[in-house]
Design a protein around this ligand. Structure first.
Ligand SMILES: [Zn+2]
Length: 430
């Protein structure tokens, strides 16, 4: 009996955690991501932009590194480059790395994300490419810094709530939402709070296209407030499934501050109580799955070249070139990931995942400590449900043009994703 108690105590103490952050604010004016209507580069900095990392190790070769950044998204090519360097330099497997973006629309373009959306000069393009190069190098170093900071720690899972996200696909905002704020809190051996990772399912778009100052929007305000409340800590915001969710009210700086404050309050309030301490193993799996596009043909894009809509023409050129190079696919290569974190689990999915995926996964897995992240490891397009595909609109169809996709996705992707994610979860948690 005594042996058993001792063994349990040692195991509970064997987790380590380390966090790090780096300023990624561009040096000067740069084209901003997310809104097609912008006509000029950024004008000044409202708040510095950051990339942050949290490494957690179970002491038994199980390790995970979460990276979050105040950017629109990590495009696939950028994510792959970071992951390859992390494998080479830190022996971090692909499944052990999460690259999540806050999806701020007040940050720089990360090339080539949404490249059919922007019409800028070669000089502006060179600036966003330079920003992207630097982001890759900084993120690789950041991952190393977080791993270098690993120290004995307690990691707690908790759940807060914030209410500013609403369904955005109809004016009545009548539709599903998820107001949960899943949180991982890290305390050092003295009980001091050293890192807090929290998520929310809502577009980081309080600030609209007429804002030209760089910022992390509500997520930036929330992270800054949490770090100010716990000096020396690193606060990481991760995007959930906010594809069809907007913050309301929106369009003013005051609203961004108010939403950031509401989110920070939720995280700070929960830090006062003792959450559930995570114990046991960390295991992770990463998989690329294929999602079918709706049918498309060369003729569609040759027709599109005659359009007066410059975005339609831009997309047609991208697709025709890809067809000429035989690099076009009928299916989208899509990243999913499942992580066992002691008694808690994390699921990550690429793209702008709509909220029903999060709600469905939580409901159908029956896991009350399931942390679901969208906008992870690639942001290539929206990921609608079958219902949304059937209804049409921006998240089902129109946005695919800006993303340079050949066609919308088929409604059957919902079952494919849910099924594959559940299978992956079972593999890590069994
Ligand atoms: Zn978006």
């Amino acid at each position: 009996m005594l042996t058993l108690i001792l063994a349990t105590t040692v195991m509970a103490q064997s987790w380590q955690a380390g966090a790090a952050k780096v300023d990624i604010t561009p040096d000067g004016p740069v084209w901003m991501a997310g809104y097609a209507a912008r006509t000029k580069p950024s004008e000044g900095v409202l708040m510095p932009l950051h990339a942050k990392a949290l490494a957690i190790d179970d002491g038994r070769k199980g390790r995970i590194v979460f990276v979050s950044a105040d950017i629109i998204g990590f495009p696939k090519s950028v994510a792959e480059e970071i992951a390859i360097a992390a494998l080479k330099e830190y022996k971090l497997e692909r499944s052990q790395l999460v690259l999540n973006a806050s999806h701020t629309h007040s940050g720089p373009v990360v090339w080539p994300n949404l490249s059919s959306m922007y019409f800028f000069s070669a000089a502006e393009r060179a600036k966003v490419e330079a920003f992207t190069r630097k982001l890759v190098a900084q993120t690789v170093d950041l991952i190393g810094a977080a791993i270098g900071n690993l120290k004995p720690a307690q990691v707690e899972y908790d759940l807060g709530q914030a209410n500013f996200a609403s369904y955005r696909r109809n004016p009545q905002r009548n539709g599903p939402t998820d107001h949960a704020v899943p949180t991982l809190r890290v305390r050092d051996a003295k009980g001091q709070l050293t890192a807090i990772l929290f998520g929310y399912s809502c577009h980081n778009t309080t600030l609209t296209g007429e804002f030209y100052q760089l910022s992390g929007d509500y997520a930036g305000f929330a992270q800054a407030e949490v770090e100010a409340r716990f000096p020396g800590s690193v606060a990481l915001f991760t995007s959930g499934c906010g594809g069809d969710q907007n913050p309301y009210p929106r369009s003013s700086l005051e609203h961004a501050k108010t939403h950031g404050h509401e989110l920070a309050e939720s995280v700070i309030a929960s830090a006062g109580r003792k959450g559930e301490v995570l114990k046991g193993r960390i295991r992770s799996r990463y998989q690329m799955i294929d999602l079918p596009f709706q049918p498309f043909g060369r003729n569609d894009f040759e027709e599109d070249l005659k359009s007066t809509n410059r975005y339609v023409v831009s997309r047609a050129k991208v697709i025709l070139t890809a067809m000429d190079n035989r690099s076009i696919s009928r299916e989208l290569a899509y990243p999913i990931q499942a992580i066992k974190l002691g008694q808690a689990s994390v699921v990550t999915m690429g793209g702008e995942v709509v909220v029903d995926y999060c709600l469905r996964l939580k409901r159908e897995t029956g896991n009350d400590k399931l942390f679901v992240m969208g906008y992870s490891n690639d942001v290539m397009c929206y990921i609608p449900t079958k219902k949304i595909v059937e209804e049409g609109g921006y998240e089902a169809k129109d946005s695919f043009m800006y993303y340079g996709m050949p066609a919308p996705l088929k409604g059957e992707i919902e079952e494919i994703i849910i099924d594959k994610v559940k299978t992956l979860l079972k593999k890590v948690t069994r």
